[in-house]
Each structure stands twice: as C-alpha cells, then as structure tokens.
Design a protein around this ligand. Sequence first.
Ligand SMILES: [Zn+2]
Ligand SMILES: [Zn+2]
Length: 262
Amino acid sequence: MQNFDLHVHTTFSDGADTPETVVLRAIEFGLSRIGISDHSFVKGAEEWCMREDALPAYRKEITRLKEKYLGQIEVLCGIEQDILSKTPADGFDYVIGSVHFIKEKNTLIPVDESADILQDAAAGYFGDDIYALCSSYYALEAEAALRTNADIIGHFDLISKFNENNALFDESDPRYVSAWQGAALQLLQSGVPFEINFGAVSRGYRTLPYPSAEMRRFILDNGGRFILSSDSHAAGTIGYGFEGWKETGGCVGFEGVLKHSH
Ligand SMILES: [Zn+2]
Ligand SMILES: [Zn+2]
C-alpha cells in the first residue's frame, strides 16, 4: 500500500478536523508521511478556501506538528493551489495544481458543486452545449501544472464528478475525448505525476476515483505517472481507497513526486 497521503484538508480550509487530528490519524493508519494541502485563497470562493491572512498561521502550525511528531511520521506542508489563485504558491514542501472553476464573463463557475450548476452554466454561457463547457474546463486544466508550478496534478477530470453513467454528457463523445486528451498531452510534458484521487468516492459522489480508467490508460501509455490521494476532508478518510487499489502501473513512490524544491 502507498504509505503516504499528500492531499488532505483541515479546518484551515473546508476540512472538518484540525491538522493535529489529521496527523494523529495518519500515524494510527500507519503512514510514514502525511501532507496537509489546504485550498489556496481564491477571491469569490471564501466559503471553502483558506483565508487570505491565514497562511502564516497555517505554516506555523504545520511546522509545529513537523517537530512534535518527528520520528513518528513526516509531516509536510503543502497547498492545493487553484489555477485562479492570485497568491503565489511559494515556500511549500509541494504544490497540488488544481482547477475547481471555469471563469466566464467574470463569473466563477464551480465545476464540482452540483450537476445543476453545470447544466445552468452550459445553458447560460455555452449555448446549451455541455461539451463546449467541458472543453473550456480542459483548456484551463491543460495549464494547471505550469501555472501553479505543481508537483502533483490534482483530480484531472473533476468536471466528471456528477457524470457517472454519463448522466450529464457522453464521455466517449469525440469532442470530450479530444478535449481531455489535448489537456493530458500538454500536462504530460511537465513530467508531473497525476493523482488517482478518491475524494469523491469517500464522500459518496462516485464509485470510482479520478481520472477515469480510459484516461489512466492514455496517461500511462504516454509515459505518465501517478500517485494515490485521498483528498480527505476529515481525518477518518486519510488513505481512503489505498488498500484496495491494485492498479499500480505507473505509480511512483514519494521520491517520484518532488521534482521541485520550493
Ligand atoms: Zn480539489
Ligand atoms: Zn482537495
């Protein structure tokens, strides 16, 4: 089983538990490393991201935990940097580069909040063409590694959160396929690993992790690499999905993650 989890949210953003509760749970779960990766500040998304002025306290608390639990577990201070964040992701142990919104006519459209929001956005901004909305998402996703200086590519196909059984769009539609393949090829050039992300599974939105099996195959065939992430929003789901995951092709260890020194 992968013995580290680098995608965990705490009370510094939209997680339910404090960083210390998370660290204690990670020790109990038997991990050798735990990374806290709260959401970077995005103006207009204050209800779930970190407060703009909270970064010093965040760093201080994670540093305290690093020292306190030295010898029991390695604690890392990461950030889940949204591509639309204006605050630079500097000085962290690692960065997860993620797209949670598309921006149309100066309006932020969250892609992971509800199926209704996606359908309304397709109607309101894309001439009722959901594939045009998906293309807009993947055009932004394509830049996620470069623009956030990411070490890890977060939930590549988050746009499919509410699309199990093709509920909103057909994932085999050529327009959808060409949009995600274009983004994947661009991201592959960065050499940064893609997450296999269980966040929507642990919270009951999906039965399978991101990215889809077709995407994982494509990424692997094109030389891509993966790490497992729980994307936990509560201590109880740290390492969620790791034990049962048998598809280890392309999965890299911790050393394969950190290509940058921040
Ligand atoms: Zn995310
Ligand atoms: Zn997350």
